[in-house]
Design a protein around this ligand. Structure first.
Ligand code: GLA
Length: 726
């Protein structure tokens, strides 16, 4: 039974092959956290009473030492002095709540979360616990959705005002897990523009720690994701508890180690500045948080998340299909292009086997630099005398697909749109409007603004007969506020912005169901599960340097599979670092994502163009393994000097191994690196003709001959032999 209730122990249990999650009712009324981890058939009474000896129905809330109990839905203002998962302010200004179990049900599928992105619910099962605060009439529905096929548990909450007075929600996180003990190492991702998602691993310490965003996006600086690692956990072994949020705005991922050395982990919308007015009859839903228990190290966590993302987060015809090899003109031309230049880039790329030409920023309004025109999605007829439509015709006539960059959420003060609607930007009354990259953010909380965005963007995509869209977002939100929200609702601004964005994304993607969408936010500034529900790939970083990308893609792969990661070969010296890396290394790194180029082929040598052609053929032949195989991390660039990873097909008959070396060292002995994921019973042929036993590759390793020059790489394509007969 995946979801069950044991009358004797008063425990709900959610179980699948990978884990159990157990909730115990204290005094029949308060849901306490009893277990999350390796599957257990039942939790013994003695174990339960250690946590919560309060089984007697006569206990009342004011007798429970809530401060020391592991809870499923804690609120501050009771005898629990820690930060809680939920908070409200009643009409009289007080904040106390007495949430008691009212009922429960299980059902097939997942809860409705109106306006929010969430995982596909087919085959899932949900346990819903209803808690009620009798005095105010507020109900809280705690949702636990079991995705047994992926080893993932989703949590969310719905707060319903079934009382008679207006209530204000001041805190609405998606989940709380009260772990017993604090002997974990805490993993979060942190960074900055062009340095996204550095792995940060530290021991938990008493008090609060975590990662958060208050920028209006999930941000370059952090990720709505955290993991707790047992002391012995590593890439391949030990217990790992991963938690990720399906949301693209302000978030909080926190761990609070209390007086007893227990750890409260919470994930959800950041409470700072947040409030939500709930009139009688209204309800509020939190985004979904996904919980993954892995007994087999970080690799086990990633394997489960990758499978989950591929099967339940990314959707549409492109989700599991081969992706086009693209060329994007941004680093090739920046704003300095005209139709002839674009066509020459496209034609040269087509010669090498590229499928898709993407026209980046600068095609609209009078946008010759980043000072103007966002919001004016009309063709620049000086650069493109035949308009988008004429360019698209010519690109299609080359036998290529046509892609377009847009930044729909933005407005330049120097734009016709801003001159016509000066109050359409996000602003706080008469306070100065901080510009970033000379632009402001459109107020997506307003219906008329959303309609105008949808119409102007859809018109451009239609006019250009566009096959691919790069949806960019290049600044954070400051002076948050909307001219259309009443004062008592201004605390809703950030979340309403996200709901507005999700509304636009669902409308635009529904209008163009066959178009491939890639999200972007100054690179990886909004790289989260929420965006991935609408767009199956995302530009991983504006940093295209191959060595830097090893780090960024390595850490991104903790949560996301290669099919989500936009990765391009760019020119050298690299535009972000000035570093020179071999073409082969740049390609090998880009191959572990959705492959493309970001350069001007006119500046390549003939042998580089020939190399491009053979690389494109190789990508096409191996893309199924590279994008949709199991991605395994072998050497961490965060721990040593080199980086290695491999992709293995589901039947384990094909694999791609890649190793990138940092600085060359003289007189190096050939290395030996153990591979993973292969079938020990099979023999594998490398493209150079050598044949190794799967068993020896797994137990002895693959010999790595030294490469000369800095940032050299080795890439091997392994095929089991004899090959299967067609
Ligand atoms: C952002 C993107 C880049 C490029 C520029 C265009 O920085 O991340 O890839 O599209 O905008 O202005």
């Amino acid at each position: 039974m995946p979801i069950s209730f044991d009358e004797k122990t008063r425990c709900f249990s959610l179980a699948c092959g990978d884990f159990s999650y157990v909730i115990r009712l204290a005094a029949g009324r308060w849901p306490l956290h009893a277990h999350w981890g390796a599957p257990v058939r039942r939790v013994h009474d003695d174990l339960l009473s250690r946590l919560s000896p309060y089984t007697d129905e006569t206990f009342s809330l004011n007798e429970l030492p809530l401060d020391r109990l592991p809870q499923e839905c804690p609120v501050y203002g009771t005898a629990d002095y820690r930060e809680g998962m939920l908070g409200v302010r009643h009409a009289d200004g007080t904040a106390a709540l007495d949430l008691q179990m009212e009922g429960c049900r299980t059902y097939a599928g997942r809860p409705e979360l109106p306006g929010l992105p969430c995982a596909g619910g087919e085959g899932a099962e949900t346990l819903e616990l209803t808690l009620k605060d009798a005095l105010s009439g507020l109900r809280v529905l705690l949702n636990y959705t079991l995705y047994a096929d992926c080893g993932i548990l989703a949590r969310s909450a719905r707060i319903q005002n079934d009382g008679t007075a207006v209530e204000t929600i001041t805190r609405a996180l998606s989940c709380c897990v009260d772990f017993e003990g604090s002997g974990f190492r805490f993993l979060t991702l942190s960074g900055s523009w062009a340095r996204e998602r550095d792995i940060t691993l530290r021991p938990l310490a008493p008090g609060q720690q975590g990662t958060a965003s208050l920028r209006g996006s999930s941000s370059h600086q952090g990720s709505p994701f955290m993991a707790f690692l047992s002391p012995d956990a590593s890439e391949t072994q030990g217990e790992v508890y991963g938690m990720a949020l399906c949301y693209s705005g302000n978030y909080l991922a926190s761990a609070d180690v209390d007086q007893d050395g227990n750890t409260r982990a919470m994930l959800g919308i950041h409470p700072e500045g947040f409030s939500w007015r709930l009139s009688p009859g209204e309800s509020f839903c939190t985004p979904e948080a996904y919980l993954c228990y892995a007994p087999d190290g970080l690799a086990g966590m990633s394997r489960r998340f990758h499978r989950f993302i591929r099967s339940r987060i990314t959707r549409g015809p492109w989700a599991n299909a081969p992706r086009p090899i693209l060329i994007n003109n941004w680093e090739g031309t920046y704003f300095g292009f005209d139709e002839e230049k674009l066509l020459s880039i496209a034609a040269a790329a087509k010669e090498t086997g590229v499928d898709l030409f993407v026209l980046d920023d600068g095609w609209f309004g009078r946008r010759n630099d980043d000072h103007s025109s966002l919001g004016d999605w009309t063709d620049d007829l000086i650069k493109l005398p035949h308009g988008l439509s004429g360019l698209s015709d010519r690109i299609h006539a080359l036998g290529m697909k046509f892609g377009l960059w847009v930044e729909p959420e933005m407005i330049s003060p120097d734009s016709d749109l801003c001159r016509a609607h000066p109050d359409w930007c996000v602003h706080a009354g008469a306070y100065p409007r901080t510009e970033s990259r000379f632009q402001l953010v459109l107020d997506l909380t307003r219906g008329e603004v959303r309609d105008a965005v949808v119409e102007s963007i859809c018109a451009a995509l239609t006019r250009g007969r566009v096959d691919y869209v790069k949806w960019d977002m290049n600044r954070d939100i400051t002076q948050a506020g909307s001219a259309a929200l009443p004062p008592e609702r201004m605390g809703e601004f950030f979340h309403r912005y996200m709901l507005g964005l999700y509304d636009i994304l669902s409308r635009v993607t529904a209008r163009f169901p066959d178009v491939l969408f890639e999200s972007c936010a100054g690179g990886g500034g909004r790289y989260d599960l929420g965006m991935m529900c609408y767009m199956p790939q995302a530009w991983t970083s504006d940093n295209t340097d191959a060595w830097e990308r090893c780090r960024i893609q390595y850490s991104t792969s903790l949560l996301f599979p290669p099919c989500c990661m936009g990765a391009h070969v760019s020119a050298v010296p690299n535009h972000q670092t000035g570093r020179i890396t071999p073409f082969e290394t740049r390609a090998a790194v880009a191959m572990s994502g959705t492959y493309g180029y970001e350069l001007d082929p006119a500046r390549l040598a003939p042998e580089e163009l020939r190399l491009m052609r053979s690389l494109n053929e190789r990508v096409r032949a191996w893309q199924d393994v590279l994008l949709y195989g199991d991605f395994l991390r072998l050497l961490s660039p965060f721990e040593g000097t080199d980086c290695a990873f491999m992709s293995v097909s589901p039947d384990r008959r094909r694999a791609v191994f890649t190793c990138v070396f940092a600085l060359a060292r003289p007189n190096r002995k050939p290395g030996l690196l153990r591979l993973r994921g292969l079938d020990p019973a099979l023999n594998y042929r490398l493209e150079d003709g050598r044949v190794f036993g799967g068993d020896e590759l797994l137990s002895r390793g693959l010999p790595l001959s030294p490469v000369s020059g800095d940032f050299g790489s080795l890439q091997f394509f392994l095929t089991a032999e004899p090959p299967l007969q067609a």
